[in-house]
Design a binder for this molecule. Structure first.
Ligand code: IMP
Ligand code: MG
Length: 180
């Protein structure tokens, strides 16, 4: 059962996120310069705000697709067993692909999604996570780009939820429980 009473303390402002995305977009443009058409793949649902802002900063021909992997459900711990719920709509064989994730925590989700997409034989596959909790890693996987390293705190906002709530906050906030 999710806790009922909590407050959200701002951790990363909307302005800092926007500035970081500009920097990351420049690096991504350099990496994929001359690409035929980059397929930007958002992991549902947490990445929907990040991917929307990121693609609008990319001065490259892009296509957008989505993939849904199993998530926490309403719990706060990773299930570690990752399943694909919704596959891509388009084909990525021989294409350049960028996977966009909200947070890398234990690393199980992203590592699994990378393996899954590699089996479709893309030409090049890179990954980006807005947030990184390196202290929680259980799998030896490092995204090609990360926005912010954060401590082991449960965060919400900017697409990221707690039991499906708070995705619409424009900033990243830390959840602090007030019911003991
Ligand atoms: P991993 O498989 O442990 O790396 O988990 C990654 C997924 O767990 C992310 O895509 C998020 O959906 C979720 N997650 C990890 N940390 C948090 C958090 O602090 N708040 C909300 N969701 C989180
Ligand atoms: Mg997620």
């Amino acid at each position: 059962m999710p806790h009922d009473t909590y407050v959200i303390d701002q951790m990363i402002s909307a302005k800092s996120i926007a500035a970081k995305i500009e920097t990351l977009a420049t690096e991504i443009e350099t990496e994929f310069a001359g690409t035929d058409k980059l397929v930007v793949v958002g992991l549902l649902r947490g990445s929907f705000v990040f991917i929307a802002d990121l693609v609008r900063e990319l001065d490259l021909p892009v296509e957008v697709d989505f993939l849904e992997a199993s998530s926490y459900g309403d719990a706060m711990e990773s299930s570690r067993e990752v399943r694909i719920f919704k596959d891509l709509r388009g084909t990525i064989e021989g294409r350049d692909v960028l996977i966009v994730e909200d947070i890398i925590d234990t690393g199980h989700t992203l590592a699994h999604v990378v393996d899954f997409l590699m089996s479709k034989h893309p030409a090049r596959l890179k990954s980006i996570a807005l947030l990184d909790k390196p202290s929680r890693r259980e799998v030896d996987y490092k995204p090609d780009w990360t926005g912010f390293e954060i401590p082991d705190e449960f965060v919400v906002g900017y697409g990221i939820d707690y039991a499906q709530r708070n995705r619409n906050l424009p900033y990243i906030g830390k959840v602090r429980f007030t019911d003991g």
